[in-house]
Design a protein around this ligand. Structure first.
Ligand code: TTP
Ligand code: MG
Length: 704
């Protein structure tokens, strides 16, 4: 096994402090090859220094550096026999992974070029050839290729973009327009693969195996034809990548952007040659943090090195994370089209300049509610769980959810519930609001479902959940064997209706680490481990109010288990050797923190029989449906909270009726967990009960 470390650890050069400020903006997107990276880095550093964003980035950087140092120290401690053991583990695993290679399918990934910018240019041809960005001074959504030459790119604050390119033209976003054009492109995609997988408004995966065979055309010819057709229908250009799996197809579509394509032949030699020198950051699912860690600890910069350092990867990472890295080294990716696919949640969000102006925030919320309602009605959907996402002025991300007893879809209903969630947080200065609706009124076959069916309440009342489901689904065991180990950035796709959905990077490290950092509120520890069963519940709903875990500088003891509605925040830890079903959901086994109590995501795993079927309601969700599984977990949690609350009320009434009032009250006072200030002021009459998520699952697990 080669030496683990190959690169010096990142240390700040005091003369050029921006060099250690590794923002996302320096990662080249298509069209940014000739950009002076150091100039961009320096400008971003100077423009953002002292801001909240900057402080947040610095915290992340410091944390990553610390992680790199820790992991290097752990590598150094490996004995010769450890090293040879893990090398054997890696060699065996590589052989097993190789045996899963499937070269029988032809996948095409199509991605529109500078999508929003191109649509705006169609509308206003005078923009053609001039550097322009869509968005405003606080944030830009994308930039055209002329602007990219200056280092201007998506998700960059507009004021920094203007500094990089003083002539930059700003055009405000107009989502209706983008949706319209997106729909047009999808009509074209459908002709080549009726089951295409839409990954976002402007990209999709198509299995073109059949169409190539039926029409006796090469994949390159089909790609050409599809791109021409998109152009004819929309006036917009797109780029395409063809490869034997989706992971590689996505990499390929970026190679000849804009308005180009790249075909990777379906043979092992071609794949291995292609992958050998490919920078790891090109792989969907490997983001900034993973890149830094792999490079800083192991000197891994290219996919090929994943195999060379396989022993160390197996030694330091969970099996699932190591599997993902090794599979990247082999150029493996998903080739199947999921047959059973649940309709996704629908969500939207808006970023704006930070404001605490309540009227303005209400207005944003109303707009979001309206758009969500339109999207839902378009798909004939009603939903029961509404999640409000907030990003505060200091970049703390919060998520609050309510589950209603009735399905809703109207603007008024959505807004009504969203306002309750928002009002509970105000006053607050915000820079982003998002809304997500989930738990739609249909089952996996698209049939309307009865919200009262198969609920946690039924489960508790009948006491029937456990053995039956386990037995019934043991036959699914084979499906779960190795099918879920790979991080699949295109998992988060919609298939049913090709609805737009958020592309969620499933970087096994980034998603755990960064989001935790993003969501970490450093001053927020007194609520740790508590889910507030808010007494101010809407009449017909329950609110699960959860804080993201604190992981930096305020690492929680692991018995202070929390659950977050954000998948990522619920799945922290990457550097430790531990077992988990998914790289992005690895469990915490840090010896410093571990007190033997399972973490919340471990508990969530307990929910799934054979890692496939919900033991509470029988719904089937493969492990790679990360977001859906998180939502499903939330759903049961909300149900449980709701039931607990109604039980509490009933008990209270009974208690009141059957004397012992004083005695009971004094006992209750004694037992009541610490309430938040807000609750304390409002729950003097009503029984208030906090239900930590671990309590919930300890109870439920008894039935497993
Ligand atoms: P991308 O496909 O990443 O970017 P793009 O289409 O603008 O440019 P290209 O593919 O040629 O590199 O994203 C598609 C659209 O999604 C983009 O036009 C705007 C929007 N978007 C955001 O709103 N925020 C973001 O951070 C990103 C990356 C994209
Ligand atoms: Mg694009």
């Amino acid at each position: 096994m080669e030496k683990a470390e190959a690169e010096p650890s990142a240390s700040a050069d005091s003369a050029r402090p921006w060099q250690s400020y590794t923002t996302v903006y320096t990662n080249a997107k298509a069209g940014m090859d000739g950009v002076d990276k150091e100039k961009v880095q320096r400008t971003v550093y100077e423009m953002s220094k002292g801001s909240k964003y900057f402080e947040n980035e610095e915290r992340k950087e410091a944390f990553i550096r610390q992680k790199i140092d820790n992991m290097r120290a752990r590598c150094a401690k490996l004995s010769a026999s450890d090293i040879s053991h893990y090398q054997m583990v890696a060699d065996k695993r590589i052989l097993e992974l190789e045996a899963t290679r499937d070269l029988s399918r032809i996948w095409l990934h199509v991605d529109m070029d500078a999508f929003y910018a191109a649509v705006e240019t169609l509308d206003n041809p005078s923009l053609r050839g001039r550097p322009m960005a869509v968005g405003g001074m606080s944030m830009i959504s994308t930039a055209n290729y002329e602007a990219r030459k200056f280092g201007v790119r998506a998700a960059m604050p507009g004021f920094i973009a203007r500094k990089l390119c003083p002539e930059l033209i700003f055009v405000p976003t107009d989502f209706k327009k983008y949706t319209y054009y997106s729909d047009l492109t999808r009509k074209v995609f459908q002709k080549y693969d009726p089951n295409f997988m839409a990954a976002s408004l402007d990209e999709a995966y198509l299995d073109i195996t059949e169409v190539c065979n039926e029409r006796d055309l090469t994949s390159g010819e089909i790609a050409e034809e599809l791109r021409t057709s998109v152009h004819e229908v929309t006036g917009l250009t797109c780029s395409a990548g063809v490869a034997p799996n989706r992971l590689l197809a996505k990499v390929c579509s970026d190679i000849n952007k804009p308005n180009g394509q790249f075909v990777l032949p379906s043979n092992r030699m071609a794949v291995m040659t292609f992958i050998s020198s490919l920078p790891i950051r090109k792989i969907g699912g490997i983001g900034k943090v993973t890149e830094h860690i792999l490079s800083g600890v192991f000197g891994i910069n290219t996919c090929e090195k994943m195999l060379q350092k396989g022993g160390f990867l197996c030694a330091l990472f969970s099996r699932s994370s190591a599997d993902f890295f090794l599979s990247v080294g082999l150029g493996l990716g998903k080739t199947d089209t999921p047959q059973v696919r649940f309709r996704k949640s629908i969500s939207n969000e808006r970023t704006f300049s930070a404001t605490d102006d309540t009227a303005l925030l209400y207005q944003k919320l109303a707009e979001l509610s309206e758009m969500l309602s339109i999207d839902m009605q378009k798909g004939g959907l009603s939903g029961r769980t509404l999640t409000l996402k907030l990003k505060t002025a200091s970049f703390e991300v919060r998520s609050r959810a309510v589950t209603m007893q009735k399905y809703i879809c109207s603007r008024e209903d959505i807004l009504n519930h969203a306002l309750k969630l928002l009002n509970a947080e105000l006053p607050l200065s915000l820079r982003l609001i998002g809304l997500r609706m989930s738990h739609f009124n249909e089952d996996k076959d698209g049939h309307l479902s009865d919200p009262t069916q198969k609920t946690l309440a039924n489960f508790i009342i009948s006491g029937d959940a456990s053995g039956k489901n386990v037995g019934e689904h043991s036959l699914l065991g084979s499906d779960t064997s190795d099918s879920h180990f790979m991080v699949d950035p295109e998992n988060d796709l919609s298939i049913d209706n090709h609805e737009t959905c958020h592309y969620v990077s499933e970087d096994p490290l980034d998603s755990n680490l960064l989001s935790d950092l993003d969501h970490c509120n450093f001053n927020l520890s007194n609520n740790s481990g508590k889910i507030d069963n808010n007494n101010e519940l809407p009449l017909n709903g329950s609110v699960a109010k959860v804080n993201a875990p604190n992981v930096v500088g305020c690492a929680p003891k692991s018995h202070q288990i929390e659950v977050s509605h954000l998948v990522e925040a619920d799945s922290f830890s990457f550097s430790e050797q531990c077992e988990s079903n998914r790289p992005d959901r690895v469990t915490r086994t840090n010896n410093d923190l571990d007190d033997g109590v399972p973490s919340s995501n471990q508990k969530e795993q307990f929910l799934w029989v054979n890692d496939y079927k919900c033991s509470l309601c029988g719904i089937e969700l493969p492990p790679n449906f990360v977001e859906e599984r998180q939502e499903h977990f939330d759903f049961h949690l909300a149900e449980k909270l709701q039931k607990e609350e109604s039980d509490n009320s009933r008990n209270l009434m009974l208690n009141q009726r059957f004397s012992q009032r004083d005695h009971t009250a004094s006992q209750r006072r004694h037992k009541r967990p610490k309430s938040s200030k807000k609750e304390g002021s409002k729950s003097s009459k009503k029984e208030s009960k906090h239900i930590p998520i671990d309590m919930f699952f300890v109870k439920s697990n008894q039935n497993f």
